[in-house]
Design a protein around this ligand. Structure first.
Ligand code: CTP
Length: 413
């Protein structure tokens, strides 16, 4: 196996290399806890590709959490997130290091959480998702820099192939289908036909995956720069439909996601929601159980479409536009603006978002009290009327507003 010590020296940022050296030193000081120590996961893959990677994943043959505690005290950091699977995270302030006990995983049924048993590095690599993610670099004193690549990850990296390790990989963990399109898009690799077959056959097991796990993988896709490609592949390969039969992303929404690379993930969620029917949004929400802001963004599309045709009317006053649009989350309307063809509807959306929603009366509730309006619901009603009058430019100055209030009081009191 090749030794990549020189490559690590040359490519890894100094603070990461120092952390790995410290990790190695701690391992040799703690032979009772650790017998072998490896760098695994994305950092190995990205090092070989010549790309930077922020996450340090360590695999420990021995006691992962015990080793994490020793490493944290050596680095002056803290152990967080110890899990039942023998994993722990060491946070140092500038670095986050994931430590896992090398293990085998067995799944009681497809999609179940794994039963884990401590094991050697070979077994630990064999339980992983894709060959390019199943390489390790030895960090022990005696073997520093040795690359361990039992599944041909290096060759696949060179050939830009994304390949799972065994046919049952997606039955073990269907969320790997979402990881597959994410890596394929991010790395510009090609999913191998056998892997696609296995994936499509076993996507039915998404049924057994919890909403939280699906949602977490969707979030990771939306965080990618290459999100549009990953989402369109997920649609094309039938992965979205396996998550929920109602989950589809309209072509126009995908295009709009592509056109807005710098917008926040929630905006892209709103673009997906913008073209869903009420029933589609409701069943997707039920399936992934997202937080309130996602629910709003996904659900607003169908309600908006009920009023969209009214926005095409040529005789709408600004106050009527306000009445139609003020209940919607701003982000959902921004998504509709991104999607709308250049019609009156688009102009109405733009004027509401850019200007009308900020137009407030000059008079306050206190001004109305001073003008003789009795305390109570009338204040709110008159402020609302003033706002509408201001939207329609029926009033300009404070005096105009006072005149309107007095005129209305004569009628109302
Ligand atoms: N892994 C896996 N199956 C999963 C999740 C993770 O086999 N469902 C393995 C992969 O070997 C992966 C490693 O665990 O490389 C670490 O997982 P994660 O942190 O999610 O991936 P990274 O490759 O480190 O990071 P990223 O995907 O963001 O590049």
């Amino acid at each position: 196996m090749p030794n990549v010590a020189a490559l690590m020296e040359r490519s890894l940022p100094r603070h990461i290399l120092d952390a790995l050296r410290s990790a190695s030193a701690v391992a040799s000081q703690e032979p009772g806890i650790v017998s072998e120590l490896y760098l695994v996961g994305g950092m190995v893959r990205d090092l070989v590709r010549g790309e930077g990677s922020a996450d340090i994943d360590l695999s420990v043959v021995g006691d992962g959490p015990g080793y994490a505690a020793a490493l944290a005290s050596h680095l002056g950091g803290q152990v967080t997130k110890v899990s039942e699977f023998g994993t722990a995270t060491v946070e140092t302030g500038s670095l986050s290091i994931d430590v896992a006990t090398a293990r085998t995983e067995t799944y009681e049924h497809p999609g179940a959480l794994p039963e884990v048993t401590p094991a050697g590095i070979t077994e630990d690599l064999a339980r992983r998702d894709f060959t390019v993610n199943a390489m390790a670099i030895d960090l022990s004193n005696g073997g520093w820099g040795e690359l361990i690549d039992p599944h041909g990850g290096m060759a696949d990296l060179m050939m830009k192939r994304l390949r799972s390790l065994h046919p049952a990989s997606f039955a073990d963990d269907p969320t790997r289908a979402l990881r597959a399109v994410r890596y394929e898009a991010r790395l510009a690799f090609t999913l191998q036909p056998a892997t696609v077959n296995d994936m499509q056959r076993d996507c039915v097991h998404f049924d057994a995956v919890s909403p939280a796990r699906v949602l977490a993988e969707l979030r990771r896709i939306l965080d990618e720069t290459a999100r549009t490609r990953a989402l369109s592949r997920a649609e094309e390969l039938g992965i979205l439909g396996s998550i929920s039969p109602a989950f589809r992303i309209a072509g126009r929404s995908l295009k709009a996601i592509e056109e807005t690379p710098d917008r926040e993930p929630l905006f892209h969620v709103a673009l997906i929601g913008a073209r869903l029917t009420q029933a589609e949004a409701a069943s997707l929400i039920e399936r992934i159980d997202p937080p309130a802001d996602w629910r709003e963004a996904l659900g607003a599309g169908s309600t908006y479409r009920e009023i969209a045709s009214i926005l095409e009317r040529s005789d709408l006053r600004p106050s009527e536009i306000a009445e139609l649009l003020e209940g919607f989350p701003v982000l959902a309307l921004e998504a509709q603006l991104q999607l709308a063809p250049a019609t009156r509807q688009k102009a109405a959306l733009r004027s509401w978002l850019d200007e009308l929603r900020f137009r407030e009366p000059l008079l306050s509730g206190n001004d109305l009290l001073e003008a003789g309006v009795p305390q109570g619901p009338l204040i709110g009603q008159l402020l609302d009327e003033l706002r509408r009058a201001r939207l329609d430019r029926a009033v300009g100055t404070r005096d105009d507003e006072l005149t309107l209030v007095k005129r209305r009081l004569r009628v109302l009191l």
